[in-house]
Design a protein around this ligand. Structure first.
Ligand code: DNO
Length: 393
Protein backbone atom coordinates (compact mmCIF):
# COMPACT_ATOMS: atom_id res chain seq x y z
CA UNK A 1 0.00 0.00 0.00
CA UNK A 2 1.20 3.50 -0.71
CA UNK A 3 0.84 5.41 2.54
CA UNK A 4 -0.84 8.77 2.15
CA UNK A 5 -2.15 11.36 4.57
CA UNK A 6 -5.05 13.75 4.30
CA UNK A 7 -3.83 17.27 4.83
CA UNK A 8 -6.42 19.98 4.33
CA UNK A 9 -4.63 23.29 4.06
CA UNK A 10 -2.42 25.67 6.02
CA UNK A 11 -5.13 25.84 8.69
CA UNK A 12 -4.76 22.11 9.33
CA UNK A 13 -3.55 21.41 12.89
CA UNK A 14 -1.14 18.85 11.45
CA UNK A 15 1.77 20.29 9.49
CA UNK A 16 3.45 18.72 6.53
CA UNK A 17 6.67 18.36 8.51
CA UNK A 18 4.73 16.37 11.13
CA UNK A 19 3.73 14.02 8.35
CA UNK A 20 7.25 13.68 7.00
CA UNK A 21 8.47 12.70 10.45
CA UNK A 22 6.26 9.64 10.30
CA UNK A 23 7.62 8.65 6.89
CA UNK A 24 4.73 9.84 4.79
CA UNK A 25 5.19 12.37 2.02
CA UNK A 26 2.21 11.70 -0.22
CA UNK A 27 -0.55 14.13 0.49
CA UNK A 28 -4.28 13.90 -0.11
CA UNK A 29 -5.78 17.35 -0.45
CA UNK A 30 -8.27 19.64 -2.12
CA UNK A 31 -8.60 23.30 -3.07
CA UNK A 32 -10.75 24.06 -0.07
CA UNK A 33 -10.97 27.76 -0.91
CA UNK A 34 -12.62 27.24 -4.31
CA UNK A 35 -16.43 27.45 -4.17
CA UNK A 36 -18.28 24.30 -5.21
CA UNK A 37 -18.66 24.15 -8.96
CA UNK A 38 -16.01 26.75 -9.77
CA UNK A 39 -13.07 25.99 -12.02
CA UNK A 40 -9.83 24.73 -10.53
CA UNK A 41 -7.41 26.95 -12.37
CA UNK A 42 -3.84 26.02 -13.26
CA UNK A 43 -2.63 28.84 -11.04
CA UNK A 44 -4.45 27.63 -7.91
CA UNK A 45 -3.42 24.04 -8.50
CA UNK A 46 0.21 25.07 -9.00
CA UNK A 47 0.18 27.27 -5.92
CA UNK A 48 -0.96 24.42 -3.66
CA UNK A 49 1.28 21.91 -5.36
CA UNK A 50 4.30 24.15 -4.96
CA UNK A 51 3.61 24.78 -1.30
CA UNK A 52 3.28 21.06 -0.62
CA UNK A 53 6.52 20.47 -2.53
CA UNK A 54 8.33 23.19 -0.61
CA UNK A 55 7.57 21.18 2.54
CA UNK A 56 9.13 18.03 1.12
CA UNK A 57 5.85 16.36 0.16
CA UNK A 58 3.89 15.63 -3.00
CA UNK A 59 0.22 16.26 -3.75
CA UNK A 60 -0.67 12.71 -4.72
CA UNK A 61 -4.46 12.57 -4.63
CA UNK A 62 -7.30 15.04 -4.88
CA UNK A 63 -9.99 14.51 -2.26
CA UNK A 64 -12.29 15.92 -3.50
CA UNK A 65 -13.48 18.02 -6.36
CA UNK A 66 -16.97 18.53 -4.93
CA UNK A 67 -19.84 17.92 -7.33
CA UNK A 68 -22.11 20.95 -7.43
CA UNK A 69 -25.70 20.42 -6.27
CA UNK A 70 -27.00 21.54 -9.67
CA UNK A 71 -25.25 18.55 -11.23
CA UNK A 72 -26.89 16.17 -8.76
CA UNK A 73 -30.34 17.65 -9.35
CA UNK A 74 -29.75 18.47 -13.03
CA UNK A 75 -31.17 21.91 -12.58
CA UNK A 76 -29.86 25.46 -12.88
CA UNK A 77 -26.36 25.74 -14.29
CA UNK A 78 -25.50 22.07 -14.26
CA UNK A 79 -24.09 22.09 -17.81
CA UNK A 80 -21.73 24.90 -16.91
CA UNK A 81 -20.59 23.08 -13.75
CA UNK A 82 -19.97 19.87 -15.67
CA UNK A 83 -17.80 21.79 -18.13
CA UNK A 84 -15.88 23.26 -15.20
CA UNK A 85 -15.45 19.79 -13.76
CA UNK A 86 -13.96 18.50 -16.99
CA UNK A 87 -11.65 21.46 -17.32
CA UNK A 88 -10.55 21.07 -13.70
CA UNK A 89 -9.62 17.46 -14.45
CA UNK A 90 -7.59 18.56 -17.46
CA UNK A 91 -5.78 21.12 -15.35
CA UNK A 92 -4.99 18.56 -12.67
CA UNK A 93 -3.69 16.18 -15.30
CA UNK A 94 -1.40 18.82 -16.69
CA UNK A 95 0.00 19.29 -13.19
CA UNK A 96 0.64 15.53 -13.02
CA UNK A 97 -2.10 14.70 -10.48
CA UNK A 98 -4.00 11.64 -11.57
CA UNK A 99 -6.27 10.33 -8.80
CA UNK A 100 -9.48 12.18 -8.00
CA UNK A 101 -11.85 11.16 -5.22
CA UNK A 102 -15.37 12.61 -5.17
CA UNK A 103 -18.80 11.77 -3.83
CA UNK A 104 -22.40 12.08 -4.93
CA UNK A 105 -24.18 12.52 -1.59
CA UNK A 106 -27.02 15.03 -1.83
CA UNK A 107 -26.57 18.21 0.24
CA UNK A 108 -24.50 16.72 3.01
CA UNK A 109 -21.22 14.94 2.71
CA UNK A 110 -20.47 12.70 5.68
CA UNK A 111 -22.59 13.07 8.77
CA UNK A 112 -22.11 12.66 12.52
CA UNK A 113 -24.17 13.86 15.47
CA UNK A 114 -21.40 14.01 18.08
CA UNK A 115 -17.94 15.28 17.24
CA UNK A 116 -16.57 14.91 20.75
CA UNK A 117 -17.78 11.69 22.24
CA UNK A 118 -15.68 10.66 25.18
CA UNK A 119 -14.99 6.95 25.34
CA UNK A 120 -14.43 5.25 28.69
CA UNK A 121 -10.66 5.24 28.47
CA UNK A 122 -10.64 9.03 28.03
CA UNK A 123 -10.13 9.45 24.28
CA UNK A 124 -12.57 11.35 22.09
CA UNK A 125 -14.19 9.98 18.98
CA UNK A 126 -16.91 10.99 16.54
CA UNK A 127 -20.22 9.20 16.42
CA UNK A 128 -23.64 8.99 14.85
CA UNK A 129 -26.61 8.61 17.15
CA UNK A 130 -29.64 7.75 15.06
CA UNK A 131 -32.12 8.96 17.69
CA UNK A 132 -30.35 12.33 17.96
CA UNK A 133 -30.43 12.53 14.19
CA UNK A 134 -34.19 11.84 14.13
CA UNK A 135 -34.68 14.49 16.82
CA UNK A 136 -32.91 16.95 14.53
CA UNK A 137 -35.04 15.93 11.58
CA UNK A 138 -38.40 16.05 13.40
CA UNK A 139 -38.06 18.89 15.88
CA UNK A 140 -35.25 21.17 14.71
CA UNK A 141 -35.42 20.95 10.94
CA UNK A 142 -39.14 20.12 11.14
CA UNK A 143 -39.10 18.41 7.78
CA UNK A 144 -42.54 17.79 6.32
CA UNK A 145 -43.89 14.26 6.92
CA UNK A 146 -40.51 13.22 8.33
CA UNK A 147 -42.14 11.10 11.04
CA UNK A 148 -43.26 8.65 8.32
CA UNK A 149 -39.65 7.71 7.70
CA UNK A 150 -39.22 6.29 11.20
CA UNK A 151 -40.89 3.61 13.32
CA UNK A 152 -43.36 4.68 16.04
CA UNK A 153 -40.78 3.68 18.64
CA UNK A 154 -38.08 5.82 17.02
CA UNK A 155 -40.51 8.76 16.91
CA UNK A 156 -41.12 8.47 20.64
CA UNK A 157 -37.46 8.05 21.53
CA UNK A 158 -36.57 11.08 19.43
CA UNK A 159 -39.20 13.17 21.19
CA UNK A 160 -37.89 12.11 24.60
CA UNK A 161 -34.37 12.89 23.44
CA UNK A 162 -35.35 16.32 22.15
CA UNK A 163 -37.27 17.24 25.30
CA UNK A 164 -34.10 16.85 27.35
CA UNK A 165 -31.95 19.02 25.09
CA UNK A 166 -30.72 22.45 26.14
CA UNK A 167 -30.60 25.36 23.68
CA UNK A 168 -26.82 24.94 23.43
CA UNK A 169 -27.15 21.27 22.65
CA UNK A 170 -29.71 22.03 19.95
CA UNK A 171 -27.36 24.57 18.38
CA UNK A 172 -24.44 22.15 18.61
CA UNK A 173 -26.34 19.25 17.05
CA UNK A 174 -27.57 21.51 14.26
CA UNK A 175 -24.13 22.74 13.33
CA UNK A 176 -22.63 19.26 13.66
CA UNK A 177 -25.10 18.03 11.09
CA UNK A 178 -25.27 20.87 8.63
CA UNK A 179 -21.97 22.68 8.66
CA UNK A 180 -19.29 21.42 10.96
CA UNK A 181 -17.55 18.66 9.08
CA UNK A 182 -14.76 19.16 6.58
CA UNK A 183 -16.11 18.37 3.14
CA UNK A 184 -19.45 19.96 3.99
CA UNK A 185 -18.00 23.42 3.72
CA UNK A 186 -20.90 25.05 1.95
CA UNK A 187 -21.86 26.40 5.37
CA UNK A 188 -25.67 26.28 5.25
CA UNK A 189 -27.90 28.04 7.71
CA UNK A 190 -30.92 26.03 8.82
CA UNK A 191 -33.21 28.02 6.50
CA UNK A 192 -30.94 27.66 3.50
CA UNK A 193 -30.72 23.99 4.22
CA UNK A 194 -34.52 23.67 4.17
CA UNK A 195 -34.70 25.43 0.81
CA UNK A 196 -32.04 23.14 -0.64
CA UNK A 197 -33.84 20.11 0.70
CA UNK A 198 -36.91 21.06 -1.33
CA UNK A 199 -34.90 20.70 -4.52
CA UNK A 200 -34.85 16.96 -3.90
CA UNK A 201 -38.61 16.62 -3.55
CA UNK A 202 -38.93 14.87 -6.91
CA UNK A 203 -35.61 13.07 -6.90
CA UNK A 204 -35.64 9.52 -5.67
CA UNK A 205 -32.74 7.05 -5.71
CA UNK A 206 -33.53 5.91 -9.25
CA UNK A 207 -33.44 9.45 -10.55
CA UNK A 208 -30.30 10.38 -8.66
CA UNK A 209 -28.59 7.29 -10.08
CA UNK A 210 -29.54 8.43 -13.57
CA UNK A 211 -28.06 11.84 -12.83
CA UNK A 212 -24.84 10.24 -11.64
CA UNK A 213 -24.66 8.05 -14.75
CA UNK A 214 -25.20 11.11 -16.99
CA UNK A 215 -22.47 12.96 -15.11
CA UNK A 216 -20.08 10.03 -15.50
CA UNK A 217 -20.85 9.63 -19.19
CA UNK A 218 -19.61 13.18 -19.70
CA UNK A 219 -16.72 13.28 -17.28
CA UNK A 220 -15.13 9.82 -17.54
CA UNK A 221 -14.09 10.11 -21.21
CA UNK A 222 -12.25 13.32 -20.30
CA UNK A 223 -10.65 11.63 -17.30
CA UNK A 224 -9.66 8.67 -19.45
CA UNK A 225 -8.13 10.84 -22.14
CA UNK A 226 -6.09 12.66 -19.50
CA UNK A 227 -4.97 9.59 -17.58
CA UNK A 228 -7.07 10.44 -14.53
CA UNK A 229 -8.57 7.79 -12.27
CA UNK A 230 -11.81 8.99 -10.75
CA UNK A 231 -12.88 7.12 -7.62
CA UNK A 232 -16.24 7.67 -6.02
CA UNK A 233 -16.46 7.70 -2.23
CA UNK A 234 -19.28 5.68 -0.63
CA UNK A 235 -22.06 7.37 1.29
CA UNK A 236 -21.24 7.98 4.92
CA UNK A 237 -23.27 6.67 6.64
CA UNK A 238 -24.52 4.36 3.90
CA UNK A 239 -28.26 4.95 4.18
CA UNK A 240 -30.78 7.64 3.37
CA UNK A 241 -30.76 10.70 5.64
CA UNK A 242 -33.51 13.33 5.90
CA UNK A 243 -35.45 11.57 3.16
CA UNK A 244 -32.60 12.23 0.71
CA UNK A 245 -31.61 9.43 -1.61
CA UNK A 246 -28.18 7.90 -1.15
CA UNK A 247 -26.90 5.80 -3.99
CA UNK A 248 -23.37 4.64 -3.18
CA UNK A 249 -24.17 2.52 -0.17
CA UNK A 250 -23.81 -1.13 -1.11
CA UNK A 251 -22.55 -3.63 -3.67
CA UNK A 252 -25.51 -3.21 -5.99
CA UNK A 253 -25.09 0.57 -6.04
CA UNK A 254 -21.40 0.32 -6.88
CA UNK A 255 -22.12 -2.21 -9.60
CA UNK A 256 -24.54 0.28 -11.17
CA UNK A 257 -21.79 2.90 -11.19
CA UNK A 258 -19.21 0.56 -12.72
CA UNK A 259 -21.72 -0.46 -15.37
CA UNK A 260 -22.66 3.15 -16.16
CA UNK A 261 -19.29 3.65 -17.86
CA UNK A 262 -17.02 0.69 -18.38
CA UNK A 263 -13.65 2.33 -17.93
CA UNK A 264 -10.78 1.96 -15.51
CA UNK A 265 -11.09 5.73 -15.00
CA UNK A 266 -14.50 5.09 -13.44
CA UNK A 267 -13.43 3.61 -10.13
CA UNK A 268 -13.98 3.43 -6.41
CA UNK A 269 -12.53 4.79 -3.20
CA UNK A 270 -12.90 1.79 -0.93
CA UNK A 271 -13.78 3.26 2.47
CA UNK A 272 -14.03 0.47 5.05
CA UNK A 273 -15.49 2.80 7.68
CA UNK A 274 -18.33 4.09 5.52
CA UNK A 275 -19.39 0.76 4.01
CA UNK A 276 -18.79 -1.12 7.26
CA UNK A 277 -21.59 0.64 9.13
CA UNK A 278 -24.17 -1.65 7.55
CA UNK A 279 -23.95 -5.24 8.65
CA UNK A 280 -25.27 -6.59 5.36
CA UNK A 281 -22.33 -4.99 3.54
CA UNK A 282 -19.86 -7.83 3.21
CA UNK A 283 -16.62 -5.85 2.98
CA UNK A 284 -14.36 -8.62 1.64
CA UNK A 285 -16.97 -9.49 -1.02
CA UNK A 286 -17.31 -5.84 -2.02
CA UNK A 287 -13.56 -5.41 -2.17
CA UNK A 288 -13.15 -8.47 -4.37
CA UNK A 289 -16.02 -7.55 -6.67
CA UNK A 290 -14.59 -4.11 -7.46
CA UNK A 291 -10.87 -4.60 -6.80
CA UNK A 292 -9.79 -3.99 -10.35
CA UNK A 293 -10.85 -0.33 -10.26
CA UNK A 294 -10.19 0.51 -6.63
CA UNK A 295 -7.82 3.45 -6.93
CA UNK A 296 -7.79 4.68 -3.36
CA UNK A 297 -8.43 3.13 0.06
CA UNK A 298 -9.59 4.68 3.34
CA UNK A 299 -8.97 2.39 6.28
CA UNK A 300 -10.86 2.81 9.53
CA UNK A 301 -13.36 0.87 11.60
CA UNK A 302 -16.69 1.61 13.20
CA UNK A 303 -18.55 -0.01 16.05
CA UNK A 304 -22.27 -0.49 15.47
CA UNK A 305 -24.60 0.31 18.35
CA UNK A 306 -28.39 0.09 18.73
CA UNK A 307 -30.38 0.64 15.56
CA UNK A 308 -28.39 2.62 13.07
CA UNK A 309 -26.11 4.28 15.60
CA UNK A 310 -22.37 3.78 15.58
CA UNK A 311 -19.14 5.29 16.75
CA UNK A 312 -15.70 5.28 15.22
CA UNK A 313 -13.49 2.65 16.81
CA UNK A 314 -9.77 1.98 16.71
CA UNK A 315 -8.45 1.08 13.30
CA UNK A 316 -7.92 -2.56 14.22
CA UNK A 317 -10.97 -3.09 16.43
CA UNK A 318 -14.69 -2.49 15.87
CA UNK A 319 -16.76 -4.26 13.23
CA UNK A 320 -14.30 -4.16 10.35
CA UNK A 321 -12.14 -7.25 9.97
CA UNK A 322 -9.00 -5.31 9.11
CA UNK A 323 -6.82 -8.40 8.87
CA UNK A 324 -9.04 -9.87 6.17
CA UNK A 325 -9.19 -6.60 4.27
CA UNK A 326 -5.49 -5.83 4.31
CA UNK A 327 -4.83 -9.39 3.16
CA UNK A 328 -7.18 -8.88 0.21
CA UNK A 329 -5.52 -5.59 -0.64
CA UNK A 330 -2.09 -7.22 -0.69
CA UNK A 331 -3.34 -10.09 -2.82
CA UNK A 332 -4.85 -7.59 -5.27
CA UNK A 333 -1.57 -5.69 -5.38
CA UNK A 334 0.24 -8.89 -6.26
CA UNK A 335 -2.31 -9.67 -8.97
CA UNK A 336 -1.80 -6.20 -10.47
CA UNK A 337 1.96 -6.54 -10.30
CA UNK A 338 1.86 -9.84 -12.14
CA UNK A 339 -0.45 -8.31 -14.73
CA UNK A 340 2.20 -5.63 -15.32
CA UNK A 341 0.10 -2.77 -14.01
CA UNK A 342 1.94 0.37 -13.02
CA UNK A 343 -0.69 1.08 -10.37
CA UNK A 344 -0.01 -2.16 -8.53
CA UNK A 345 0.48 -0.39 -5.22
CA UNK A 346 -2.79 1.11 -4.08
CA UNK A 347 -2.75 4.40 -2.17
CA UNK A 348 -4.23 4.17 1.31
CA UNK A 349 -4.80 6.72 4.00
CA UNK A 350 -5.49 6.00 7.65
CA UNK A 351 -8.92 7.56 7.94
CA UNK A 352 -10.07 9.44 11.03
CA UNK A 353 -8.67 8.73 14.45
CA UNK A 354 -9.27 9.36 18.12
CA UNK A 355 -8.50 12.74 19.59
CA UNK A 356 -6.11 11.68 22.34
CA UNK A 357 -3.11 12.43 24.52
CA UNK A 358 -1.53 15.82 23.92
CA UNK A 359 -3.78 16.44 20.90
CA UNK A 360 -6.73 17.07 23.25
CA UNK A 361 -7.44 20.79 23.41
CA UNK A 362 -5.65 21.53 20.14
CA UNK A 363 -7.57 22.53 17.07
CA UNK A 364 -8.09 19.91 14.37
CA UNK A 365 -10.76 19.15 11.81
CA UNK A 366 -13.10 16.62 13.49
CA UNK A 367 -11.71 13.11 13.13
CA UNK A 368 -8.44 14.48 11.80
CA UNK A 369 -6.14 14.84 14.79
CA UNK A 370 -2.53 13.74 14.58
CA UNK A 371 -1.83 11.14 17.25
CA UNK A 372 -4.96 9.01 16.69
CA UNK A 373 -4.37 8.75 12.97
CA UNK A 374 -0.67 8.18 13.46
CA UNK A 375 -1.50 5.31 15.82
CA UNK A 376 -3.87 3.92 13.18
CA UNK A 377 -1.21 4.19 10.49
CA UNK A 378 1.37 2.49 12.70
CA UNK A 379 -1.01 -0.37 13.44
CA UNK A 380 -1.94 -0.77 9.79
CA UNK A 381 1.71 -0.71 8.74
CA UNK A 382 2.51 -3.46 11.23
CA UNK A 383 -0.44 -5.50 10.08
CA UNK A 384 0.64 -5.12 6.46
CA UNK A 385 4.19 -6.20 7.22
CA UNK A 386 3.03 -9.23 9.20
CA UNK A 387 0.70 -10.39 6.44
CA UNK A 388 3.29 -9.82 3.74
CA UNK A 389 5.92 -11.83 5.56
CA UNK A 390 3.64 -14.65 6.53
CA UNK A 391 2.18 -15.04 3.04
CA UNK A 392 5.41 -14.36 1.18
CA UNK A 393 3.83 -11.48 -0.70
C1 DNO B 1 -14.66 12.21 5.59
C2 DNO B 1 -14.33 11.98 4.21
C3 DNO B 1 -15.34 12.50 3.22
C4 DNO B 1 -14.77 12.37 1.83
C5 DNO B 1 -15.70 12.79 0.75
C6 DNO B 1 -15.12 12.43 -0.59
O1 DNO B 1 -13.82 12.11 6.44
O2 DNO B 1 -14.04 10.65 3.97
O3 DNO B 1 -15.62 13.83 3.49
O4 DNO B 1 -13.65 13.17 1.73
O5 DNO B 1 -16.93 12.22 0.88
O6 DNO B 1 -15.74 13.16 -1.58
Amino acid sequence: MIKTWRWFDKKDGVSLSDIREIDVNKVVSSLTQVPYGALWTNELIKEKQEYIKSQGCEWHIVESIPVHEDIKTRTGHYKFYIENYKKSLENLASAGISIVCYNFMPLMDWSRTDLNRRLEKGVYTISFDFIAFIAFDLFILKRKEAHNDYTPEENIKALQYFEKMTADEIAQLTSNIIDNLPGTNEGYSLDEFKVSLNKYEDIDAKKLKEHLALFLQEVIPVAEKNGIKMCIHPDDPPFSLLGLPRIVSNQEDIQYIYDAVDSSSNGLTFCSGSLGVIESNNLPAIFKAFADRIHFIHLRSTQRETGRSFYEANHLTGDVDMYELVKLILVEEKRRFEAGRTDHQIPMRPDHGYLMNSDVGKKFYPGYGFIGRMKGLAELTGLELGIKKSLNL
